[in-house]
Design a protein around this ligand. Sequence first.
Ligand SMILES: [Zn+2]
Ligand SMILES: [Zn+2]
Length: 398
Amino acid sequence: MNTTSAEDENVRRKGQERSNIDRNTMPWIHKFITNWLVTDPAVIEKYEKEPDRVYRNDSNDSYNRNDNITPIRTRVRHSQKRNYQVQKHDNIPYVYLFGGRWRAVKKRPMNIMTTILIIVPAVLFWVFEAKWVWRHVSPALTIIFSYFWLLTISFFITAGVSDPGILPRNIHLPSSIRGSGINHAPDEYFNTVTIPYHSSENGVTVKYCSTCHIWRPPRASHCSVCNCCVAIHDHHCIWLNNCVGWRNYKYFLWFLATAVITCLLVIIISFIEVFHYRLVTDSVIQTSSQSIRDHPISLLLVIYGCLAVIYPSLLLMLHLFLTANNLTTREYLNYIYGHSKKDPNRFINVFDTHSIVQNLYMNWIGRTPGYTLVKQSDIYQPGDVRFQRIEPLQSYQK
Ligand SMILES: [Zn+2]
Ligand SMILES: [Zn+2]
């Protein structure tokens, strides 16, 4: 028995040991939690049977020593597995919730912090201010605040857990990869290709992603945090813990806008509460220090609102500028860097419609999220190439 078959035997034995943990015998509550509520493909992999070998490399082939093409498909007991349950690329850093409908990056979950920052002031408002404002000022203020707060959290969740426009993997594989198992791609796969654009002599550039094995459409790029290519990639937002791209940019914009409005409402309403004694003649409160003693949470919320409004306002202004020019954050940064270095290949914005109104409309209202290209909650079709694990291609020149 040579080394490879000894290793295979070892792997097979380990797989059998693992498969002794039968998920069918799990209590329903555990199955509900691990199969549906929260799913971490990396953890599930430990308890599944050893993967079948779909593409085997010939160990005699000099190009195949790294065992570059490894199957990820597990021998599924149930034909009704969903895509998110079989997705086991090494570097897919997600945890899935609600049957693959929600997705979050595992590393540094700053979105939890953002959620707390959004929820805490609202709870303080409803517990300590809402009733007073309703009675002494106007019920409308409480309702308007609650409405904008709900919009803010809804846009935040939608932008944070939805698909930003992830492009499917393994769509453009060099033909040699299956036939001979060669893991090198032709050199043109590593060049930036310029294709003509109808309204410009500059054209648009496309590039092959050697990790996702696709020719990226114009404006797409590979996010190193999410380890995937995203269509019309704007940036990876650490506060959302998600990429912002084609499918969720509109929600991100409206999250910024409603967050700023909600912060301003908190400041205004809390301010009214603190200084209400000056607006009425029959108040028993005579001084501002007396009023603050009576409404300490209002003062706290004024300070909180003033601090919290700064960051989203600055970001909102930047994105108003970007959307008015129909630019993504990445394109803008490329333009700035290229311009400062007088780079002849610097980014030129061919996507500007030369109408601010049209640019704003397209980004804030007009853009539809469209269909997700990698729907994790769909039933897995055996052999679906999008979910196979293929190592990054290498150039002959490297
Ligand atoms: Zn990619
Ligand atoms: Zn990302």
